[in-house]
Structure formats: structure tokens, C-alpha cells
Design a protein. Structure first.
Lengths: 152, 141
């Protein structure tokens, strides 16, 4: 139960941060991404402030070793770059740049924004579901010689 | 730079960072929105409770903000419906393939100094800026 309460509180604080920073407004996000137009650097300050506190949290979590409410830290440990990571990030950036919505602001903006935000979220969930159909080894772009198969 | 709102941006950013820090220190988890949402699509997982709770918090945030007297910012979403749908599909698919979005890679991953998250953030920033350049300045959408 405490895990549920703290998850709710974290989500609430995250959402409030997106509202206060106005990152729930796609036009504001596009203003940042439009570096060749009337550039609005606000998003850089949002990221900077968020990364600074998140770094602090990571240092505290690492020093403690164990989370306050859970049995262990569940942190990604991979450090290698692979085609899935880069390809996925590239795709995400294209979708983000098309209308200025990423997952967090879309979910927060659903309750008080115009109805197409809801459509975006529905399409996003469909996109996530489609990903589940993708084989775990796709895309294969590594060039390696396979050992000859010998039957029997 | 007439739209620049440095104070609210910094305060909001600190709140987002505090959320990520709290979630890591208390729950031991990364506050990555696409990962939390995407995890719900795996029925084998039994971690449905905290995922739904986090998303409920996101959902209720505007109501809480308005209830304490805050003026909600506008949500200006331009673009035709097919474009919005296409963008949603790409964002959903891309964030799962790339294992993160602005929150998981951008805020949490960079905070940990993860080379994967640094690379992913650089890549999605570049493709997003390029996309806006093409749509706004080349084909004038």
C-alpha cells in the first residue's frame, strides 16, 4: 500500500510540474524545438532543473542502496548503444516534433485539453501495443558470419 | 524569445525532478512515463497497482492544480486529425522500441549519467528539431 501511495504522489507531483512549466502545452514545446523560428528556450530550463534534482535523487538512492519502500532498486543497467535504442529514439523525436506531444504531457493534458489530445493518447497506446508484435531481435543490422549449420 | 518563461520553467522542472527523485528513493523505480504506461500492456506483469497509481496522479494533477486556485495553461494542439493520429502511433511505437521518452531518458537517465539515455536524448532532440524545421520552414504546415 505505501508503494501505491508514493507512486500516486510521484505521479501527481510530476503532473503538477508539467502544468507549472507549461510543458502540457504542445505549442510551448514546439516553440523550443523550432530553433530556426521564434525560439523559446523554456524547455531547456525545465530539463535542466529536472535533471539536477533527479541526479540528487539518484545519488541518495545509490548511497542508501535499497529504496525506502521496495526491496531493491530497479534501474536499467545496460550501457551499450544498439539499433533499437537509436532507431526508437529517432522515431520518437519525429512523432514528438510533428505535434509537440510526448507521453507525459499527453496524459496530463487529456483531462482539460482539446479532444484531439485524447485521440493522440489512444493512437500512442495502439503504437505501444503494435510494438509488442515486434520480434525481440528486430532490427538486425549486425554483420556477423554465422557458423555453418551442420545437421546430424 | 518573447515567449520565454524562465521562472515557471525552472520551478516546474524542479518539481518534475523532485518527482523522479522521490520515486527512485521511495519505490526504487525510474519515473519514465512511456515505460510505466507501456508496462501495463504486458499482462504477465503483476505490477499493475503502482503503475495505475502513478498514472492516476498524472491524471488528477490538473484537477488538483485548479482546485488550489492555479490557472491551467492552454493546451494548443494544432494539426489535422490524421497528423495527430500518426504522431501518436509513432510516439507510442518509438518510445517502446527506444525504451524511453523525455522523462525516462531525458530526466531520469541523464540524471544517472546513463550513456544510453544521453545518446537517446541527443537523437530524439535532433530528429524532433529536424521534424519541426521541415514541417514549419520547408513545407510550411
Amino acid at each position: 500500500m505505501p508503494l501505491i501511495v508514493s507512486a500516486f504522489a510521484s505521479g501527481l507531483l510530476f503532473g503538477l510540474g508539467l502544468i507549472v512549466s507549461q510543458m502540457v502545452n504542445p505549442a510551448k514545446v514546439l516553440g523550443f524545438l523550432d530553433i530556426f523560428g521564434a525560439w523559446d528556450p523554456s524547455l531547456a530550463l525545465v530539463m535542466g532543473g529536472a535533471v539536477a534534482v533527479s541526479t540528487l535523487g539518484y545519488l541518495i538512492a545509490k548511497r542508501r542502496g535499497v529504496p525506502v519502500l521496495a526491496p531493491r532498486l530497479e534501474i536499467p543497467t545496460r550501457r551499450d548503444l544498439d539499433p533499437r535504442l537509436i532507431g526508437g529514439a529517432a522515431l520518437f523525436g519525429i512523432g514528438w516534433g510533428l505535434v509537440g506531444l510526448c507521453p507525459g504531457p499527453a496524459l496530463v493534458g487529456m483531462t482539460f485539453g482539446p479532444w484531439p489530445v485524447f485521440v493522440f493518447v489512444a493512437a500512442m497506446i495502439v503504437g505501444m501495443a503494435v510494438f509488442r508484435l515486434v520480434p525481440a531481435d528486430w532490427p538486425q543490422v549486425t554483420f556477423r558470419r554465422e557458423a555453418p549449420r551442420v545437421d546430424g | 524569445m518573447e515567449n520565454f518563461t524562465p521562472v515557471s520553467a525552472l520551478i516546474g522542472g524542479l518539481m518534475i525532478g523532485a518527482s523522479a527523485a522521490l520515486f527512485l528513493v521511495l519505490n526504487g523505480r525510474v519515473a519514465g512515463i512511456s515505460g510505466i504506461l507501456g508496462g501495463l500492456l504486458h499482462p504477465a506483469r503483476i505490477e499493475i497497482g503502482w503503475r495505475l497509481a502513478f498514472l492516476a496522479g498524472l491524471f488528477i494533477a490538473p484537477l488538483v492544480y485548479a482546485a488550489v486556485g492555479g490557472a491551467l495553461p492552454p493546451v494548443e494542439l494544432d494539426g489535422s486529425l490524421p497528423l495527430v493520429i500518426l504522431a501518436g502511433l509513432i510516439v507510442g511505437f518509438g518510445t517502446r522500441l527506444g525504451a524511453g521518452c523525455t522523462s525516462g531518458h531525458g530526466v531520469c537517465g541523464i540524471g544517472r549519467g546513463s550513456p544510453r539515455s544521453l545518446a537517446a536524448t541527443a537523437v530524439f532532440m535532433i530528429t524532433a528539431i529536424a521534424t519541426v524545421f521541415v514541417t514549419r520552414h520547408l513545407i510550411g504546415m
